[in-house]
Design a protein around this ligand. Structure first.
Ligand SMILES: Cc1cc2nc3c(=O)[nH]c(=O)nc-3n(C[C@H](O)[C@H](O)[C@H](O)COP(=O)(O)OP(=O)(O)OC[C@H]3O[C@@H](n4cnc5c(N)ncnc54)[C@H](O)[C@@H]3O)c2cc1C
Length: 360
């Protein structure tokens, strides 16, 4: 396994880091404030700048204006972008649009690509992915899918109730999972909703194809945010004096730091390893490894943020620092894209069946 970056990728990573530090982090407050008012001026300006600097949709091929990165290249860049919660949006590779772009690129017909993928790549529109339903419908177990699609003259009629579709309110189209037959394993189709007959077929298989890389890109962004959180902790604990010395010189604080540094390093390695497997074409084998990375990094991010609040004392709990706000969205990481428990079951099952020996 070779995790070394090419000189070109190292240079691009440095440019992304510089861009995030110089332009994105200083604009975070403005972007959040405008978002509350339903405006996007600052975000749009940042997106135009990212595009001009050739850092746009880095996960897509150059023919679509991207950088043609493979999964390992994405690890390097997405982590840098993830240092800001709005970073991925600025470079137009945030969830769910990034996963939806990859899915459309892989599975949509040329007409559907032109109609849906093009505007998404240019950030003229946003999209949503609608799988989850309120109980008793699809959740941790997607085979509970209740939404039904029936062929009717001139098209399809879809009936059902979805919730937790990130970004659906402003999306110009949704990829909707619906049942087209009673077969619990194969009877699902994905529909591009806002047009007549756009079934793209074999919904559960496509959902899995989308989910493994999408999970890994979550890990990359979450690792970036964990790293930034730790950088902010470093500043506080090296300046704040308590009981006669800087916090950083107290061993219990060093324990927080060391555990989180190790956790981030382990998360990086797990993510890189799964990305490397994808680059070798081992998509099926990569699945339990992507589950390990996703579960580890989601828990890690929550822990890093919780520890950051603790290390900052009362300030950590206040809104003068971003940790409690970030924690609220980080906590969802342990539920969305498969809750911890479902991934743990996959990991344990595959290990018990002897399927994880590829690691050694
Ligand atoms: C912020 C956020 C954004 C989301 N975005 C999207 C989106 O864009 N599109 C979309 O389709 N969905 C989205 N989701 C939904 C998400 O994918 C579901 O919440 C997730 O799949 C869990 O389903 P559920 O909420 O129905 O939980 P349930 O299926 O009701 O499960 C509840 C809990 O039961 C436990 N559990 C479940 N199965 C097992 C098991 N086998 N063994 C042990 N314990 C188990 C777990 O602790 C789980 O958290 C989002 C969720 C959140 C929180």
């Amino acid at each position: 396994m070779d995790f070394l970056l090419s000189d070109q990728l190292s240079a691009t990573r440095a440019r992304v880091r510089e861009f995030v530090d110089a332009h994105i982090i200083p604009a975070e407050a403005a972007v959040f404030a405008e978002d509350r008012e339903g405006r996007r001026d600052t975000l749009k300006a940042l997106q135009a700048k990212a595009r001009n600097e050739g850092l746009w949709v880095p996960h897509l091929p150059p023919s679509l204006g991207g950088l043609g990165l493979g999964p390992m290249g994405m690890c390097a860049l997405f982590r840098e972008m993830g240092r800001s919660p709005i970073g991925a949006k600025v470079f137009n590779c945030d969830a769910p649009d990034q996963g939806n772009m990859d899915l459309l690129l892989m599975a949509a017909s040329p007409e559907l690509k032109e109609r849906y993928l093009g505007p998404l790549v240019r950030a003229e529109v946003t999209s949503a992915f609608c799988m989850t339903e309120p109980a008793p419908g699809a959740g941790a177990d997607p085979t509970n899918l209740r939404t039904v699609a029936k062929e009717v003259p001139g098209g399809w009629e879809i009936s059902g109730r979805k919730w937790y579709s990130t970004g659906a309110r402003n999306a110009s189209f949704c990829i909707v999972m619906a049942r087209t037959s009673d077969d619990p394993k194969t009877g699902a189709t994905m529909f591009l909703v806002d047009r007549k007959a756009p079934g793209v077929g074999d919904g559960f298989r496509l959902a899995q194809v989308r989910l493994v890389p999408a999970r890994l890109t979550h890990c990359m962004r979450w690792l970036g945010l964990a790293e930034r959180t730790l950088e902010l902790c470093k500043k506080y604990v090296t300046e704040r004096v308590s009981f006669g010395k800087e916090l950083a010189r107290h061993q219990l604080i060093q324990d927080f730091i060391a555990r989180n540094v190790m956790g981030i390093h382990a998360g990086n390695l797990m993510t890189l390893h799964a990305a490397w497997m994808l680059e070798q074409g081992q998509h099926r084998e990569a699945k339990p490894y992507s589950s390990m990375a996703k579960t580890h990094v989601a828990r890690l991010l929550c822990q890093v943020l919780d520890d950051a609040i603790q290390m900052h004392g009362g300030l950590g709990y206040s809104d003068d620092v971003p940790f409690s706000r970030w924690y609220r969205s980080a906590r969802a990481a342990r539920i969305a894209d498969g809750p911890d428990e479902v991934h743990l079951v996959t990991i344990a099952r595959d290990w018990l069946l002897g399927r994880l020996e590829v690691l050694v």
